[in-house]
Every structure is written in C-alpha cells, then in structure tokens.
Design a protein around this ligand. Structure first.
Ligand SMILES: [Zn+2]
Length: 281
C-alpha cells in the first residue's frame, strides 16, 4: 500500500466512525462524558487510533460543546507507609488508555481531585476550573453535578457496561442511599482522605464498589428507557443525562439494595450491607 492509499483508508475509517457517532446522536454543542474501552473500539474499527477517536468527537461536538473523561487515580492516604501523591500533570489515569491520551491533548485541562479527577475540553473547561476538588469527589460541586445541570448533556459508552458508569455514583448520593457516606475501603489499608501535591483533603461520600450498577443498566434496557446500539461487536450507549437522573432517582431510592454485590462476594459491599442491617434490624 502506498501512502496515498494509506491516507484514503484512514479518511474512510474516520468517516465511518463519524457516521456511526452521528447515527447514535452525537451532535454540535452537546456536553458529553465518554467512557471507552479502546480494545473493543479497535476491534470494531480496525486501525483506528485513540487520536482519531477523540478528534472525531471534538469535531462533532465543536468547542461550544464539551468532552469530559474521568481520569481517576485513587490517591488515598495510606494508613501505613507512603501514600501515592496526586499531581495533575504527572499522575497517569488509572481508568483506561483513552482517558490517559485525552488528558495530554491540546486544550484539555484536568481537575485537582486526588482520587477522582476529570479531563475537560470545550465549554466545560471554561466553567470548571482546574482547581476543582470537591470534598464529595463525585457529588456536590463535581463535574458530574455540572453535567446534570446542562440542557444538552449525554453519556457516551463505547464497549463498556454500567460498572464503568461513574455517573451512577452521583445518583447514589442524590438518591440518598443509606451508605452514601460509609467508607468501604478500610480493608484496603486506606483512609477517607485524598493526597495531592497541594496536601491532604478530608473526603465525604467516597465512591464504593460499582459492579452492581449493571442491575440499573438491565432495568433501563428492559423498560426500553435506553437503547444499546451495536456496531459489529461494539456496544454503544448514548444516554441523555436528564433521563438517567430521572430514572436513577426512582430506581436507586426503591432498589438501592440491588446496588450492592451479593453477600459474601465483595468486601466493600459487605461493609455497606452491615450498616443497613444495623439501621434496619
Ligand atoms: Zn461490590
């Protein structure tokens, strides 16, 4: 293949991705949180790079919209020994290759939360400052609260299920599930504090285990509140935040027990379950 042919093939690949994204609903001025498995995207769009993916999204959204990705690093204070210290410039994202690439792109800022930072591009980066570091990392004052208050906001999931859906942690807090402020990670030898280059921060409403958020996903699919688009074997969700919030308030308030793993299967969820037993003997 000569370089012209290679270029033609690349243009074709990008156009193909663009048309799929347009079909699911991505449009100008939307504010979008992206959760992406690059491994699964690449198998549906062979040869597509992370750069192609993110630039295609930016072109569709335009700077009037926003592209947001979690770049969590979980820099909690350790009870013993040295804690990992979060530096927005230096600490790699622990939630996937796409987010790690995105945070380095031109015009992208990153928030200061030692445990649950976000990378931001577009309108959001002029409204949420890089100092953003709420005591409730995914609650009040967080990027997830901002996205809830935007008229045209969406969550785009590519190759992921709801166990990767950070927004469900915001729903837990808003629906006031009984364990929202129970710290479940004591057994990991960490404290309810974040550590960054600016010092230590006492946290509230630290997110727990997210595995059982797939029960909310099943509920939304069964009731046809959301649709799963299939492209080859890639599962794509494009979900209005408003819809997730409204359904989440109903579902999380009534079925909060389904948001914990089965008893004995997950230490973090067991900690939270014990609390409910104490409240409801
Ligand atoms: Zn669990």
């Amino acid at each position: 293949m000569n370089s012209d042919e290679r270029f033609a093939k690349l243009v074709d690949k990008k156009n193909h991705l663009r048309s799929v994204l347009e079909k699911v609903g991505v449009g100008k001025g939307h504010h979008l949180v992206l959760h992406a498995s690059y491994r699964k995207i690449r198998s549906a769009f062979p040869g597509l790079t992370i750069k192609n993916l993110l630039e295609t999204l930016q072109k569709l959204l335009t700077p009037a919209g926003s592209l947001i990705m979690p770049t969590f690093t979980y820099c909690f204070k350790k009870k013993l020994g040295n804690s990992k210290i979060y530096s927005p410039d230096l600490t790699p994202s622990e939630v996937g290759a796409v987010s790690e690439y995105f945070r380095h792109m031109p015009g992208v800022t990153r928030t200061a939360s030692p445990t649950h930072s976000f990378a931001l591009w577009g309108k959001v980066s002029s409204e949420i400052m890089s100092e953003n570091c709420p005591a409730s990392p995914l609650g009040k004052g967080s990027v997830l609260e901002w996205i809830t208050n935007q008229p045209q906001s969406y969550i785009l999931g590519m190759g992921i299920d709801f166990s990767a859906m950070s927004y469900c942690h915001y729903l837990e807090i808003q629906a006031k599930v009984p364990w929202a402020d129970v710290f479940p990670w004591d057994f990991m030898g960490i404290e309810k504090k974040g550590v960054s280059i600016t010092g230590e921060q006492i946290l509230i409403e630290v997110p727990g285990c997210s595995k059982s958020f797939i029960n909310f996903e099943k509920y939304l699919l069964q009731n046809k509140f959301i649709i799963s688009f299939q492209h080859r074997h890639l599962n794509i969700y494009y979900m209005p935040v408003k819809l997730l919030y409204e359904q989440g308030m109903v579902y999380f308030k009534e079925n909060y027990i389904d948001m914990l793993c089965e008893p004995g299967k997950c230490q973090a969820c067991d900690v939270r379950r014990q609390l409910i037993r104490k409240m409801d003997p």
